[in-house]
Design a protein around this ligand. Structure first.
Ligand code: NDP
Length: 446
């Protein structure tokens, strides 16, 4: 019996022009059917209806002046989705594809992800259709300052604490933090992902990629008795998540043979030389195609989707949403891939996820597998509140334990409802339960 069909119908009616948001809601509601069956009190309390509607969404104008003196107008967003278990928390994305539907899908996913970390963090997300690519540091700074001028009205260390995402790294966080501090005349942990000498946490930069590998290692060992050791790994993207996933996968004994960016991918059968990638992407901010200039045996192929046709044991999509479709999933399975871990948010289409689950591929959904970033942001908030810094090893050990616990909680929830090893259902249920209980306890206040 379908108890949540009405909620989904309502979501479709209200958000018909937001396909990514509806995709995320559909996946979660389908997973929660057995919960609705077992706990009818959540239906009566309107939890499902409420959890898919943001508490608040803010859209604002971001005017700035480019290097030629021309006024440019971008659009800024912050969706404060759910604060039942803690202040809103989630990244900012700067990318031309950003619109309210994308931010809503990300904010919605964030509710469950943050709950899974075990930390007191609500869900939110924001960003802009600003494209940092090809912009000078001065242009990026002026944009970030204008963006923060408005955003600062809506955030705060106890209200909403943004972080980075696509197009927002240490440089952008620094510019935004500087502007917030100037406007408020207070030094607080209002953003995470800050520089180490102004309140940032050691291991935050590495956390999402490292956490992904810790999660997948635990899942692969528990479910299949396999690990990164001596496995061939394909990773998409070459940004923050992909770079540190590559580093950790290599440390754990895997051979990473491919990485990509939004124009194409590189294949190096001898194993990717990460220092070259970091120089190209983090320092020079150039295209991944430059890699083949340094390593003559490597190949560059234009276009991104072909990366999944490379034979591998483990695939880690770490670029963007819906980058891995049904066709790609079939090829991965045919080539013997036994594990897929989502470093990006919703990188696999629903059809691709179906293929993985049907073929017993160990599948780590993004909201569980990439939660290490926000978990370490939570640890950064704790350190800021204490005015104290833990060592890299201390943060890394906490991160690893959090990822292992997330796996165990998702796995236990899946088994409890009769879906052994289905971490999609398990993560959605485990993330939901804590938030639902808090919302019910707090009444219909929001
Ligand atoms: P970055 O901006 O550092 O890197 C993004 C990478 O993905 C770049 O290599 C970029 O290529 C590529 N990319 C972006 N858009 C597309 C596209 N449309 N098609 C193909 N490739 C694309 O971002 P992050 O590494 O921080 O984020 C990557 C993913 O991980 C996102 O889904 C994000 O939401 C998710 N995530 C990030 C977390 C974090 O802590 N940073 C935490 C949890 C999830 P190019 O260089 O050409 O732009």
């Amino acid at each position: 019996m379908n108890k949540l069909g009405r909620v989904m119908d309502e979501a479709i009616k209200r958000n018909s022009n937001e396909p990514e948001f509806l995709q995320a809601v559909k996946e979660v509601l389908e997973s929660l059917e057995p919960v609705a069956e077992k706990y009818p009190e959540y239906i009566e309390a309107g939890i499902f209806d409420r959890i898919i509607e943001p508490e608040r969404q803010i859209i604002f104008r971001v005017p700035w002046v480019n290097d030629q003196g021309k006024v440019i107008v971008n659009r800024g967003f912050r969706v404060q989705f759910n604060s039942a278990i803690g202040p809103y928390k989630g990244g900012l994305r700067f990318h031309p594809s950003v619109n309210v539907g994308i931010i809503k899908f990300l904010g919605f996913e964030q509710i469950f992800k943050n709950s899974l970390t075990g930390l007191p963090l609500g869900g939110g997300k924001g960003g802009s259709d600003f494209d940092p690519k090809g912009k000078s540091d001065g242009e990026v700074m002026r944009f970030c300052q204008s963006f923060m001028f408005e955003l600062s009205r809506h955030i705060g260390e106890n209200t909403d604490i943004p972080a980075g995402d696509i197009g927002v790294g240490g440089r952008e966080i620094g510019y935004m933090f500087g502007m917030y501090k100037k406007m408020r005349n207070e030094f607080t942990g209002v953003l995470t992902g800050k520089g180490l000498n102004f309140g940032g946490s050691l291991a935050r930069t590495e956390a999402t990629g490292y956490g992904l590998c810790y999660f997948m290692d635990e899942a692969m060992t528990s479910i299949k008795g396999k690990s990164f050791k001596d496995s061939t790994v394909v990773i998409s993207g070459s940004g923050n998540v992909a770079i540190y996933a590559t580093q950790k996968a290599q440390e754990l004994g895997g051979k990473v043979v491919a990485l990509s960016d939004s124009t194409g991918y590189i294949y190096d059968e001898d194993g990717i030389k990460l220092e070259t990638v970091r120089q190209i992407k983090e320092v020079e901010r150039k295209r991944i195609s430059e890699y083949v200039k340094y390593h003559k045996n490597a190949q560059y192929i234009e276009g991104c989707s072909g990366i999944w046709s490379i034979k591998c044991d483990i695939a880690l999509p770490c670029a963007t949403q819906n980058e891995l479709d049904e066709k790609a999933a079939k090829i991965l399975v045919e080539n013997g891939c036994f594990a897929v871990g989502e470093g990006a948010n919703m990188p696999s289409t629903p059809e691709a996820v179906e293929i993985f689950l049907e073929n017993d591929v160990v599948f780590g959904p993004g909201k569980a597998a990439n939660a290490g970033g926000v978990a370490t942001s939570g640890l950064e908030m704790s350190q800021n509140s204490m005015r104290y810094s833990w060592t890299f090893e201390e943060v890394d050990a906490k991160l690893k334990q959090i990822m292992i616990d997330i796996y165990k909680n998702a796995s236990t929830a899946a088994s409890e409802f009769g879906f052994d090893n289905n971490l999609v259902i398990g993560a959605n249920i485990a993330g939901f339960m804590k938030v639902a209980q808090a919302m019910k306890a707090q009444g219909v206040a929001y």
